[in-house]
Design a protein around this ligand. Structure first.
Ligand SMILES: [Zn+2]
Length: 279
């Protein structure tokens, strides 16, 4: 079964004008394109299941909280929806219960660098305990942001080691291998059985992408790498092709370090089983 674990239901109108501008500066990958549920479904036609979520970080200029529901409804079984929220909000626990029980959302997307919270804040203990008890995996955006108001120290993957130690059964995915802290991410994934990482966006900076995959091989965590496209920033078909040509595009000569079999294993990974979402 092919699973894309990282797709967004986020539209241009979910951004404030200032935040939208941040995503277009320098080598940033956006502006975010407008997408309809039908376009979303068509882009994911070759995937058995795609995990879809919004981004909830009003203080960082983007807010698309429960939007993944409409894609899930349009895609009938093709999509697994995650909720997006800020866990430090006073009503966060109620929101989790509502999204899980009433909306059928099966995981949580968190974005600390834009939402402005510290992942290892002890006050968040009840939030993680609830997610662990309900079997809701958490997908974390960790690593860089083009938004100037975001505080990068909140985005360091090492913060998640504390969460993983405290909540060993809580399934977590560190998105983008926590770029540019891929090595730190590998160490966290290696020692914590319930922590995984996705490869979304690694193809965008090919030299670092190759480095990230070599790091994953050397630390023995390749079986915990999950495929994610970051759609609509990248189409999953293009993402796979970009992975297959990573070393060549990075301009690194010599024998190919990641052959097609490496990528095939990544694409065939039992992502839903690893995350406990195959029930
Ligand atoms: Zn993303």
């Amino acid at each position: 079964m092919r699973v894309d674990c990282h797709t967004h239901w986020v539209q241009p109108h979910h951004f404030t004008p200032d935040a939208a501008k941040s995503w277009t500066v320098g080598d940033a990958v956006a502006p975010w394109p407008e997408t309809t549920p039908e376009q979303f479904s068509a882009a994911m036609a070759n995937w058995d299941v795609s995990i879809v979520f919004g981004i909830s970080a009003p203080s960082g200029g983007v807010h698309a909280e429960r939007g993944s529901r409409c894609v899930c409804e349009a895609g009938s079984g093709q999509f697994t929806g995650f909720m997006a929220l800020n866990p430090s909000k006073p009503d966060a626990l109620e929101e989790v219960e509502f999204c899980y029980r009433e909306l059928g959302l099966k995981g949580i997307k968190l974005y600390p660098v834009l939402a402005g919270f510290e992942a290892n804040d002890p006050h968040l203990g009840p939030f993680y305990a609830l997610a662990e008890r309900l079997g809701l995996p958490i997908l974390w955006h960790m690593g860089s942001t083009p938004v100037a108001s975001g505080r990068l120290r909140l985005s360091h993957p090492l913060l998640l080691d504390d969460v993983a130690v405290e909540f060993p059964k809580l399934k977590m995915i560190i998105a983008h291998m926590g770029h540019p802290w891929q090595r730190d991410t590998a160490l966290i994934v290696r020692k914590n059985p319930s922590v995984f990482t996705d490869v979304s966006g690694l193809w965008f900076r090919p030299y670092q992408g190759v480095d990230a995959l070599i790091i994953a091989q050397e630390w023995g965590i390749t079986d915990k790498l999950l495929f994610g496209s970051d759609y609509p920033l990248w189409n999953p078909t293009d993402a796979v092709e970009s992975l297959r040509t990573l070393q060549e595009r990075a301009g690194i000569p010599g024998p190919v370090r990641f052959d097609d079999a490496f990528i095939d294993r990544l694409l065939e990974r039992d992502t839903l089983g690893l995350l406990g979402l195959d029930r």
